[in-house]
Design a protein around this ligand. Structure first.
Ligand code: AKG
Ligand code: FE2
Length: 305
């Protein structure tokens, strides 16, 4: 049972104030959102009505008991400002910075990365048209971002592509002790690593479970590792069981334009159902579009330990 409130509407007074908020363009400090920008955004946000309560609710959804993801409903702001508008993006960035530090691991993307729809891409990968199986983002690095986030600019005009979320530790807890022991072996690998900022080193092979009993470590998993994998049979079976449990415990919902999904990667894994068939009939500029942003927990933040 979900005991936390994952969907967070903004009080209308707050929405009204945010529409007129004069947030300046942001600066970067290396891969990170610059500190003066975060401080300036914070000063502006703190002057708006009911902002602090809203942020407390958001933080609780992400790090409180049973929590691990949240959808901040910014749809009215997206409507007022335009979901693709810079001012809207600054507002989302300002909210993100209240959770953790926004940064871009990819040298070619400035902070937010487009996730559009490419009909010729591997359907199971980011921006493919197929089922995007349960995973954590940047699974094969030593320091994955504590949070990943997705801002919905446009939905699939054909009506597909609901998001899926699953409590990773709850799924692990339903497995046998034997399977958990196999998942703790340093025997899993996925993907390639090149030219990434601020996420540590390439990690492979890695254990899916890091052995900490706190229930707070990463469940370093992607169901995509199950395809064409060179795993031993016992390890592959254990990973397959985890994939099944994740699906058994999943919640699913359709992101609406302006919805901002934030996922605490230490707690929840995410994915996406297939887009509706017929994407090739939709002109590229009308296809589903999300913007992705990664967040690094602040030092000393409980959720970073
Ligand atoms: O398309 C989506 O909704 C999710 C995409 C995703 O998880 C990713 O690109 O890492
Ligand atoms: Fe992802």
């Amino acid at each position: 049972m979900r005991t936390f409130r994952a969907f967070i509407d903004l009080p209308s007074k707050l929405e009204t104030a945010l529409i007129d908020l004069p947030l300046p363009r942001w600066d970067l400090d290396g891969a990170f959102l610059a500190k003066p920008t975060m401080e300036r955004y914070r000063v502006e946000l703190m002057a708006t009505p009911q902002f602090e309560e809203t942020i407390a609710t958001l933080r609780h959804a992400l790090t409180g008991e049973g929590g691990g993801y949240a959808v901040l409903r910014l749809g009215n702001l997206a409507k007022a400002l335009g979901a693709g508008d810079d001012r809207f993006r600054r507002l989302a960035t300002a909210f993100a910075a209240e959770v953790a530090i926004p940064f871009s691991p990819f040298p070619r993307w400035p902070l937010w990365k487009d996730i559009g729809v490419k009909v010729n891409k591997d359907p199971g990968k980011s921006s493919g048209v197929g089922y995007n199986a349960f995973h954590m983002d940047l699974v094969n690095v030593t320091r994955p971002p504590e949070y990943t986030s997705l801002l919905c600019v446009r939905t699939d005009p054909l009506g597909g592509g609901p998001s899926i979320l699953s409590d990773a530790h709850a799924a692990v807890a339903r497995l046998s002790e034997k399977s958990r022991a196999l998942l703790a072996e340093t025997a899993y690998h996925y993907g390639t690593f090149f030219d990434l900022n601020e996420v540590g080193e390439e990690y492979g092979p890695f254990p899916i479970l890091d052995g900490s009993e706190s229930g707070e470590g990463f469940v370093r998993f992607t169901a995509k590792m199950l395809e064409r994998s060179e795993l031993g049979q016992a390890q592959a079976d254990a990973a397959g069981e985890l994939a099944e449990e994740l699906v058994r415990g999943q919640v699913s919902f359709m992101l609406q334009p302006g919805d901002y999904l934030i996922v605490n990667q230490r707690r929840f894994l995410h994915g996406r159902e297939a887009l509706h068939s017929g994407q090739e009939t939709i002109p590229a500029p009308d296809r589903r579009l999300l913007l992705q942003l990664f967040l690094r927990a602040r030092a000393g933040d409980g959720s970073a330990s």
